[in-house]
Design a binder for this molecule. Sequence first.
Ligand SMILES: [Zn+2]
Length: 60
Amino acid sequence: MNWLKRLAAGTSYSFPFQKRCALCRQKKQGMRKYRNDEGKIIFICPTCVEYAERRAFRKL
Ligand SMILES: [Zn+2]
């Protein structure tokens, strides 16, 4: 199963489930988990945290 190993080792491969900020849609370090007003779990980057708190998103 060498092809599997090669697939897994590909550095250009990006994970489709990688966390993105729910507000600015950017991938950043130090994402925080919140629950929005619809009860959905979202990720907020440190830059948007202030805005998220104003929107009354609950921190998890
Ligand atoms: Zn953001």
